[in-house]
Ligand binder design. Structure first.
Ligand code: C6P
Length: 413
């Protein structure tokens, strides 16, 4: 659906005013925030929800009969329900609160690995993965004497699907791939990849750190076994995120961490564990974070995916066209299906030098390997400049980026 320009502009200025940081300045210039793949900015609704919790409801959850504890428990569980609805999980018990994507992947790599991976087994990841979806599996392979296999990537950033099919075999215990590449923006055809793995009885973990903020995620429709995400990339707070896991798997997996909350009965001889999802939530959780996270998904729900996707694809197309017109600019990652993440290089200018100059114009871009060193090695690069756009960004801001890129060229001419 195409939103008429005039309606979008009115809505856009209202939306931008929801984000206090967007009206601040950097070096005396209006902030242009293009580092949304690293973390998104937070609307007042989320900030207020966190302040409100600490001002009015702060108490530990699942522990007290007193009024505040019950209120905090209700708010915490209500947030879980919101996240479950957001990804269309079959049950709230399939949503485990974690510190974010990294912890969610570590949880599965450790716990699933403990239960199901043995010597000689294979774990299949892709060449597009963030370190968070490489290292936990690599360490599991070391512990269990299993083998890490990698789906190759083409130069344009698309995964080689034929190679993927050939890599799936009787030894493959799990496939772990990202939904959207944080470095190149590639949207992977995960639905088909999950189907192919399932045809051979292999479960699939989707690293949804980037995927979940760019379009609707329906875990039942995808039929993935695990889906991981971070609230801070979804306009929510830092230090909280989630793991969706199918109940059948979660029930069979041992606890990842032990302590309060995750137990049913403890004696010095033995311990029995709590039901899902609490079996995987040891210790006092990040209650304020969960409540802020719930508010963030409410915010996204109110905006609607039509609006978000229309804005983001317009920004990606506009930026790609604008930067491509500058001589010497090379776009890295040109897959047919792409999210609003644009990696590029300016001639032979080092990305850190370019990023430092771009920063002087109040423009925040990320520079470096984006925690995907093996992908950079594959592309024979040390890193890139990455501009990642959110629905609150504007074409005018992209014009400013293009001007800054021209200045970089001028300075290094
Ligand atoms: N990528 C980026 O600038 P955490 O740090 O746990 O919230 O997310 C880790 C992670 C895992 N997978 C993907 C695909 C990611 O993009 C990220 C985080 C940020 O690209 C910070 S390195």
């Amino acid at each position: 659906m195409r939103i008429p320009e005039i309606q979008m502009n009115t809505t856009l200025s209202a939306i931008r005013s929801d984000f206090p940081i967007l009206s601040t300045t950097v070096y005396g210039k209006p902030l242009v925030y293009f580092d949304n793949a690293a973390t998104t900015q937070k609307p007042s609704a989320v900030i207020d929800a966190i302040t409100g919790y600490y001002s009015e409801t702060n108490s530990n959850v699942h522990r007290g009969v007193h009024h505040l504890s019950q209120q905090a428990t209700l708010a915490y569980e209500n947030a879980r329900k919101k996240i479950a609805d957001f990804v269309n999980a079959a049950s709230d018990a399939e949503i485990i609160f974690t510190r974010g994507t990294t912890e969610s992947i570590n949880l599965v790599a450790w716990s699933f690995g403990e239960a199901f991976v043995k010597e000689g087994d294979e774990i299949l990841i892709s060449a597009l993965e963030h370190h968070s979806n490489i290292v936990p599996w690599q360490q599991l392979c070391l512990r269990k004497k299993a083998v890490l296999r990698v789906i190759p990537v083409y130069d344009n950033g698309e995964l080689d699907q034929e190679a993927y099919m050939k890599l799936l075999n009787d030894c493959t215990r799990i496939v772990a791939v990202n939904h959207i590449s944080n470095s190149l923006g590639t949207i992977n055809p995960i639905k088909g990849m999950i189907r192919q793995a399932h045809e051979r009885g292999i479960p699939v973990l989707i690293d949804g750190a980037q995927g979940i903020s760019h379009g609707p995620v329906d875990v039942q429709e995808l039929n993935c076994d695990f889906y991981t995400f971070s609230a801070h990339k979804m306009y929510g707070p830092m230090g909280i995120g989630g793991l969706y896991g199918k109940k059948d798997w979660l029930k069979q997996m041992p606890p990842y961490q032990c302590g309060g909350e995750m137990i049913e009965k403890v004696t010095f001889e033995e311990t029995t564990f709590n039901e899902l999802p609490y079996k995987f939530e040891a210790g006092t959780p990040n209650v304020a974070g969960a409540i802020g996270f719930g508010t963030a998904v409410d915010y996204l729900g109110n905006l609607g995916w039509d609006f978000i996707r229309t804005r983001e694809s317009d920004l990606l197309n506009y930026a790609t066209e604008k930067l491509s017109q500058i001589e010497g600019v090379r776009i890295i990652g040109t897959s047919a299906q792409k999210a609003s993440i644009l990696s590029f290089l300016i001639g032979n200018i080092h990305f850190f030098d370019a990023g430092t100059i771009i920063d002087q114009y109040g423009i925040a871009v990320r520079t470096g390997n984006h925690c995907t060193q093996p992908l950079m090695d594959r592309l024979c690069l040390l890193g890139t400049i990455r501009a990642s756009f959110a629905f609150y960004n504007t074409r005018e801001e992209i014009d400013l980026l293009a001007e800054a890129v021209l200045k970089v060229k001028e300075l290094f001419a």
